[in-house]
Design a protein around this ligand. Structure first.
Ligand SMILES: [Zn+2]
Length: 303
């Protein structure tokens, strides 16, 4: 339509400003995104040759505005993605707050307040070692080297202590200068990361770690691996079912659990791995005396 000749439109006849610029003709098109929503309007003024815009111009500009629509959608999506990312970080922070070993909880093992009247991070490694020597179980009495080890006689906290003792027996605490506080907090957090369910609970996680430990130490497999590898294998055993929900992968798929949407296959297995890595990463980041040594010697965790 020729809008300028239509009574409905009241076009300004004279120049718009001091520069003398006058609107002679206008081509205005909606900017539509991929979802068929109008997200803006593109307006073109005054064809260079002074003639009115024609059908050809309209077709040309239509394809241009299509690109504009897509890029607006892309920007919107990018914006939404950033917001989701922030929301995810907040949720992760909330979850970690409840999983991570609290300051009062670490005192159940590293009772520095009772021993030295200070917090673990105020103690040096020798002081922490003194407490652990007293607090950790005797390996033989606790039967951690035995294939017939049975967790029934132990509380969940005692299993955390047994787990810490295994790292000592593997000889990796001194070799990799693992800060005592980090080790204790990590094992404690692991035990809290398991849900209170019938089978796939912390006891099960511990049992798999202990079996791995026994295979290496009592079964003699340790000589085939480096210390870093043995440490990783036992840690993997402890972590292997963390945050298990007591239901299988098919259940996650059929119930439409977000985990099934995130992971295409081995749904829960990938989740245990993610969760374990998150806990490890979180511990390594925390400032602790000597923590830098571990950070330098261990290869970086990859996604
Ligand atoms: Zn398992």
């Amino acid at each position: 339509m020729n809008a300028a000749q239509d009574d409905f439109f009241n076009f300004q006849k004279g120049p718009l400003d001091d520069s003398g610029w006058t609107i002679k003709n206008v081509l205005s098109l909606p900017i539509v995104n991929k979802k068929e929503e109008i997200v803006g309007v593109a307006t073109f003024y005054n064809r260079k040759d002074g003639k009115p815009f024609d059908d050809m111009d309209e077709t040309l500009m239509e394809s241009l505005t299509q690109f504009l629509g897509w890029s607006v959608l892309n920007t919107d999506t990018y914006d939404k993605m950033n917001r989701l990312e922030n929301r995810k970080d907040i949720f992760q922070d909330m979850v970690l707050y409840h999983v991570k070993c609290r300051k009062d909880e670490i005192q159940n093992i590293l009772n520095t307040r009772e021993w030295f009247d200070k917090e673990p991070n105020e103690c040096d490694e020798d002081e922490l070692e003194e407490i652990l020597e007293d607090e950790l179980p005797d390996s033989e009495d606790a039967e951690i080297f035995e294939f017939h080890f049975c967790d029934f006689e132990y509380s969940e906290l005692e299993l955390v202590k047994c787990g810490i003792k295994m790292y000592y027996e593997l000889g990796v605490v001194d070799k990799f200068h693992i800060p005592r506080e980090t080790l204790v907090r990590f094992m404690y957090s692991l035990s809290k990361g398991y849900r209170k369910i019938t089978y796939h609970n912390w006891r099960h996680g511990f049992n798999v770690g202990q079996t791995m430990f026994t295979l290496l130490m009592t079964g003699g497999l340790k000589r085939y691996y480096t210390d870093l590898e043995t440490m990783a294998m036992v840690t993997a055993g402890f972590c292997h079912d963390i945050d298990h929900r007591g239901t299988n992968n098919l259940y996650q798929m059929k119930s439409g659990n977000p985990l099934a949407k995130l992971h295409g296959s081995s749904i829960l297995e990938r989740h245990h791995l993610d969760f374990g890595k998150t806990l490890l990463r979180d511990e390594v980041r925390l400032p602790s005396p000597g923590a830098g040594v571990v950070r330098d010697e261990l290869p970086p965790l990859t996604e």
